[in-house]
Design a protein around this ligand. Structure first.
Ligand SMILES: C[S@@+](CC[C@H](N)C(=O)[O-])C[C@H]1O[C@@H](n2cnc3c(N)ncnc32)[C@H](O)[C@@H]1O
Length: 365
């Protein structure tokens, strides 16, 4: 256990009673001293998990070309904000800018802004030889106003969720308690509540045992992204793992050193994530008045962006071993049992009349 964080959470629960899953996640991921996303570089083969840009340069390159083509369709605003939420090791932006630099004027017009809470990752991002100098922010609210092209890959899954569970007696909130005798965290349920029943009335037919997840933090970021686009124009591409329609099951998971562990053990030591509710993100964008496209599967997105051609191009310059690696990366990014279907992409778009949103029209998996 990250003793100080687990101890502090246990003391808090003993003092005030069981806490919400969102409060537990917020502390485990965001505690200023011991939170998972404050202190460590967890990404890559030596960390806890591997993300798409770490699988292959093709991912960042294709996103970079998407940024440049979107900027062109938006009328080449100069300057414009190129924003990344949760840039990780900076790999995606490095590969993206290398590819997009071929589009005349794009890099010169870009003002690069990173929304990043992790100091260790900020240092890695700062060490990269990027053709534009980033400005770092703790949250989107700090990013200046202006036309924007924004990307968020595996950012929303790290934002806290609340969980609600149905029993024969009604809807409860799922909580985290502390068993002082066994000295471990345990699941608990709030008493059934008429208020929850009313808020979740659209799900009155859900069977007992159903779990509904709501990310107020995710919806708040989505709302701000859409509001900015609505006001100043631009495009935002959100890629993450999640579902296209809200399911009735628990998706909270913890991963440590590439293995699943219980979400309640070792807060601050494991990556704690939940599937992203793309239906909620799409609904939020529409409500804010931007055009919303997708979600489509990552396989559909990357195929439409030309990943097969790019793989072929790279293989022509590769040794046999390298060619096999490129094939393996392609399969991992687009394969139905790998990242191809579980990961999805959604676009918010607010462009001038006649602009063409850069996104696959085909909704196939
Ligand atoms: C799963 S990693 C993805 C990294 C990168 N986008 C990639 O694809 O490799 C999540 C990223 O979001 C950042 N992050 C997580 N929660 C955050 C928050 N609440 N505010 C700002 N950054 C956050 C993490 O530090 C990390 O850079």
């Amino acid at each position: 256990m990250t003793e100080p964080l687990a101890e502090a959470l246990a003391r808090r629960i003993l003092r005030q009673g069981p806490i919400t899953v969102a409060d537990f996640m917020s502390a485990a991921l965001g505690d200023p001293r011991f939170g998972y996303y404050r202190t460590r570089d967890a990404i890559g083969a030596t960390g806890d998990f591997v993300t798409a840009p770490e699988v292959s340069q093709m991912f960042g390159e294709l996103i970079g070309l998407w940024c440049a083509e979107s900027w062109r369709q938006l009328g080449q605003p100069d300057p414009f904000l190129l924003v990344e939420l949760g840039p990780g090791r900076g790999t995606l932006m490095r590969d993206a800018l290398r590819a997009a630099a071929r589009v005349p004027g794009f890099v010169d017009a870009a003002r690069l802004h990173f929304v990043e809470s992790n100091e260790a990752l900020r240092r890695q991002q700062a060490a990269l030889p990027l053709p534009a100098t980033p400005t770092w922010h703790d949250g989107l609210h700090e990013v200046p106003d202006g036309p924007m092209v924004a990307i968020a890959n595996e950012f929303f899954d790290a934002l806290p969720i609340r969980q609600f569970q149905k029993s024969e007696a009604g809807w409860h909130e799922r909580l985290v308690g502390w068993d002082e005798g066994a000295r471990r965290f345990e699941w608990a349920l709030s008493p059934p509540s008429d208020g929850l029943g009313a808020a979740l009335s659209g799900l009155s037919g859900a069977p007992a045992g159903s779990v509904v997840e709501v990310s107020a933090a995710g919806v708040a970021v989505a709302r701000e992204l859409a509001f900015r686009l609505q006001t100043h124009g631009g495009a935002t591409l959100i890629i993450d793992y999640g579902y296209a329609a809200t399911p009735l099951s628990d998706s909270l998971q913890a991963v440590r050193r590439h293995r699943k562990v219980s979400p309640l053990t070792d807060p601050g030591e494991a990556d704690l994530t939940a599937h992203v509710d793309f239906a909620a993100l799409a609904e939020t964008g529409r409500r804010e008045g931007v055009a919303v496209f997708g979600p489509v599967s990552q396989a559909t997105l990357l195929r439409a962006f030309g990943i097969d051609a790019r793989a072929g191009q790279l293989k022509r310059m590769a040794s046999a071993d390298q060619a096999a690696e490129i094939d393996a990366a392609l399969a991992r990014l687009t394969g139905p049992d790998a990242m191809g279907h579980l990961f999805k992409a959604l676009l918010y778009w607010q462009g001038p009349a006649g602009s063409v949103p850069v996104f696959p029209s085909d909704q196939a998996p």
